[in-house]
Ligand binder design. Structure first.
Ligand SMILES: [Zn+2]
Length: 424
């Protein structure tokens, strides 16, 4: 989208409408530069650029399917579905989009805990074909281009703020079988991006968040990695603004990574207190966070949620992310439906998500709630082999994740998943 107010003074305001006094606004997260602390800014909600309101997704002529799975690890009901779409790529540049998208994704999924838990994601590439190559605001503010998703640097006058027409993004994302999170990769070598949380998206948007990032800048993937911290982990920003002063609320914040308590043993992350953290500091309580300078504490000196100078989540952030993965995805799936009885002599086959690194999945089988030790880890069993005789028995497969990255017992419980079949 174009920020109308910011462009009003320019000779060529581009495809924009006049700002009304009752202009709605939305808050987006802005990244002033590689390695800089992000900040929240309020921008006007502009109408879709002229022509784009009536413009549906444009089919790419002769370039193959408009949606393709880059990674398909399981059913959409049991996976986090990440949709990546490009802007400022013409029909002839869709291969370039795919290559750019894969490069961004590999960078994001190089960061823990995305790296270990990549197997809980399906990733869909959606081709959005633009009439011209490149996006608005590159190289200069007055450079306006008519692209499929209306991406624009200089959003609200801020050069690095890369806004997008969220209505158009919603239409394109709907082409994928499911969309929990959307990345927009804008065809540009310039540094920039933005983060939109669910509360700032169109009401019809079914996904948790949208992150925009430029294709050609090698640090822009950190924008995506940070934004997923909000949308998947429910993490708060750990940065603060000079002059913002004391945290004004008496209640403990909901996010896992902020606390009112100064004593680390009273912080919600007390189980991690004193641990040497991947971000380089020892987990404790560090004053400042959630935009305020005092009266509020974060777990580590820095982290990916504080500054993009850090390329790691702290252990508190990692735990919240893994908890968030399991809120939307299951490590255990089966093509044998649980809704109807199975025969005692037919195999029940299950699949475990292909997790690595930090993850430590254990599969256990039960008959009528009684554990069958010898069957641990078996991907395919028959009820008969498990000892089921006669009618009215139940077979259960349970997967748990014994990762050391989860210390909260409630989060460990949420990471477990079971499937139960009645045997006829
Ligand atoms: Zn943020």
């Amino acid at each position: 989208m174009l920020a109308v107010a910011a462009f009003a003074g320019l000779a060529n305001p581009g495809p924009a409408r006049a700002a009304s006094p009752a202009e709605r606004t939305r808050t987006v997260e802005y990244f002033p530069g590689p390695g800089a602390e992000p900040r929240q800014v309020t921008v006007p909600v502009a109408a879709p650029a002229a022509g784009s309101a009536a413009r549906g997704p444009l089919a790419p002529a002769g370039t193959g399917p408009q949606v393709r799975p880059l990674q398909h690890t399981g059913p959409v009901s049991g996976r986090l579905d990440l949709v990546v779409t490009g802007d400022g790529y013409t029909a002839d540049e869709q291969d370039e989009f795919a290559a750019d998208a894969e490069e961004k994704l590999d960078a994001v999924f190089g960061v823990e805990p995305y790296r270990s838990y990549r197997g809980l994601f399906n990733i869909w590439l959606v081709n959005a074909v633009s009439r011209v190559s490149g996006v608005s605001g590159d190289p200069t503010a007055d450079d306006v281009k008519d692209t499929a998703l209306g991406s624009s640097f200089f959003c609200d006058g801020l050069e690095r703020l890369l806004c997008v027409d969220t209505d158009a993004v919603t239409r394109y994302a709907a082409l994928a079988p499911d969309a929990d999170i959307v990345f927009v990769v804008a065809h540009s070598a310039k540094y920039g991006g933005a983060g939109y949380s669910a509360t700032d998206l169109p009401p019809a948007a079914p996904f948790h968040g949208v992150a925009t990032m430029s294709s050609g800048n090698e640090r822009s993937y950190l924008i995506g990695a940070h934004e997923l911290g909000h949308s998947i982990g429910g993490l708060a920003d750990e940065y603060q603004y000079p002059g913002y002063g004391a945290y004004p609320y008496a209640e403990e914040p909901a996010a896992a990574n902020l606390t009112l308590h100064r004593d680390p043993d009273r912080a919600k992350w007390h189980r991690w207190a004193g641990v040497q953290d991947p971000t380089g500091s020892v987990v404790g309580t560090y004053e400042g966070g959630g935009y305020y300078e005092t009266g509020i504490h974060r777990p580590t000196g820095t982290s990916l949620m504080r500054s993009l100078e850090s390329t790691e989540f702290n252990v508190v952030g990692r735990e919240a992310m893994i908890d968030g993965f399991y809120a939307d995805a299951d490590a255990l799936t089966s093509s044998v439906p649980t809704g109807r009885p199975v025969r005692a002599n037919r195999p029940i086959t299950v699949r475990l998500a292909p997790l690595t690194g930090l993850a430590d999945l254990r599969l256990t089988w039960y008959v009528d709630g009684r554990r069958i030790p010898w069957a641990a880890g078996a991907r395919s069993v028959t009820p008969h082999a498990l000892g089921v005789r006669g009618h009215d028995h139940r077979v259960t497969a349970t997967v748990t994740d014994r990762t050391t990255a989860l210390r909260d017992p409630a989060a460990r419980d949420r990471a477990a998943n079971s499937l139960t079949w009645a045997v006829r």
